[in-house]
Design a protein. Structure first.
Length: 290
């Protein structure tokens, strides 16, 4: 299985499209109900479920024909059913999709579970319980993701001495200095870099804070890639109050063999007043892969 982020939907969503013909008005909605258990909402998600026997780290999401994520409702048992919309006389199409979702670290393996298609208390989709069942399932297989090793993981960068008068106002930058991180990459590796402020890991700006031994005031340090300051963050992906991840990963493109990651450091004015002195900032970098 690939090392994908939490909340990621593997590219194996299955479309559901089932033709059903009703000779009378079913007078209800098409229900897809668990055969012997209930669906449990995965903590931290609003529309991702698991069921007894499902492997750790994997949940699923069901969508209707409009792409709307469905919420489990109670039919015979608590949270045992998904409502796919109104049934009607004549031709019906039960349509939607089944999406496995990574919810935590997961291992390879297979799993499937049955569900019954019916109109509550009225009609089975195909005449009987056993003939009206869908089997949802997935197989996770190990996938080798090309990666890189770092030849110089600890890099000291000395920025030049500059004058306080070089700073003309908040946002002014000066003292650009080039440096590099050596990488040795397997063929077609796709690394991305994440930078964290070691002095203040929660910092989500583009400016490193100075350590306590610094004497200069009113300035910070930025690290640049392709002439743009790298965003800072506590991890490649973080979450606020939603299931949508916030990322500060910056793709480094496809790389193979020995290669240098060219970066730059520079000073930036952060306050209206600059006090001369020394400044030291420390960043931690992490490489992750697609």
């Amino acid at each position: 299985m690939c090392d994908c982020r939490i909340g990621w939907r593997p590219r194996c969503a299955s479309r559901i499209s089932i033709p059903i013909t009703c000779s009378i008005d079913p007078n209800g909605d098409w229900f897809v109900s668990a055969s012997s258990s209930s669906y449990s909402l995965v903590p931290g998600f609003s529309d991702v479920y698991t069921i007894a026997g499902m492997g750790a780290g994997i949940g699923f999401r069901l969508r209707n024909s409009s792409g709307q994520a469905l919420t489990a409702i109670s039919n015979i048992k608590s949270n045992d059913t998904f409502d796919f919309g109104r049934a009607k006389t004549g031709a019906n199409i039960l349509a939607g999709s089944f999406e496995p979702v990574k919810t935590a670290d997961a291992t390879s393996g297979s799993f499937s579970f049955p569900a019954m298609v019916h109109v509550q208390n009225q009609e089975y989709a195909n005449g009987s319980d056993s003939a009206s069942r869908l089997n949802f399932g997935y197989t996770l297989t190990p996938t080798k993701v090309p990666s890189c090793s770092v030849s110089n993981p600890n890099v000291d960068v000395t920025l030049p001495a500059v004058s306080a008068s070089d700073f003309k106002g908040v946002g002014t930058t000066t003292g650009v200095t080039s440096f590099s991180i050596g990488l040795d990459c397997e063929d077609n590796a796709n690394p991305a870099i994440t930078l964290t402020d070691s002095n203040m890991p929660t910092n989500q700006s583009v400016t490193l804070t100075s350590v306590s031994t610094s004497t200069a005031k009113g300035i910070g340090v930025q690290v640049l890639y392709n002439a743009q300051p790298l965003p800072l963050g506590p991890a490649p992906y973080s979450y606020s109050n939603s299931n949508t991840p916030i990322t500060n990963r910056i793709s480094l493109g496809s790389r193979s063999g020995a290669t240098a990651l060219a970066l730059q450091g520079r000073y930036v004015q952060t306050d209206a007043t600059v006090v001369p002195g020394t400044i030291r900032a420390v960043a931690t970098f992490v490489l992750s892969y697609n």
